[in-house]
Design a protein around this ligand. Structure first.
Ligand code: PNS
Length: 162
């Protein structure tokens, strides 16, 4: 049984994330989507909200599980006994940072392998930050995030100062 882990902030989950989740879930017996509890960053959505949003958009994917983690990813991987990390790469600009992370994780635990999935062409420009920027100014989120999440994301930014 091969289990892979797709870690991230998912603040919030975008259609780019969902695309990687769908494709990675076809490659492994189980895909764990692991939401980082990051104490040094102030996310727009609590970890519980991020987990709930991911659970709702993956409810029909039987081999996808959603959980949260804090601390080092390498330690989390050891705790759940998985050695495969999935990362999505949008452009060459993502690669340098992701390569650094992959090497760091392997230094911490030499058994870890990071597999990069290129993003689908439609989502090359897309990020959680872009989604939040659009939501802040009341722009249209159609096609950028799963439909069910649009009202949740919009309402979070409705009264925020632009
Ligand atoms: O969606 P993001 O913000 O690009 O995800 C980044 C994430 C969560 C994968 C990365 O920050 C991470 O693994 N954080 C956990 C701490 C850690 O292990 N850092 C790498 C070694 S310093």
């Amino acid at each position: 049984m091969k289990t892979a882990v797709y870690p991230g902030s998912f603040d919030p989950c975008t259609n780019g994330h969902l695309d990687v989740i769908k494709r990675a879930s076809r490659l492994f017996d189980t895909l764990i989507v692991a939401v980082l509890i990051n104490s040094s960053k102030q996310p727009s959505f609590s970890v519980e909200e991020r987990v709930e949003m991911l659970k709702s958009v993956t409810k029909d994917m039987d081999n996808v599980k959603i959980c949260s983690f804090s601390g080092l990813l390498a330690d989390f991987m050891k705790n759940i006994n998985s050695s495969i990390i999935i990362k999505g790469i949008r452009a060459v600009s993502d690669f340098e940072y992701e390569f650094q992370m992959a090497l760091t994780n392997r230094t911490l635990n030499p058994e870890l392998e990071t597999l990069f999935l290129h993003t689908s062409q439609d989502y090359m420009f897309l990020s959680s930050s872009i989604v939040k920027e659009i939501a802040k100014y009341g722009g249209c989120l159609d096609g950028l995030v799963p439909d069910d999440l649009i009202p949740i994301i919009k309402s979070r930014f409705e009264n925020a100062d632009a």
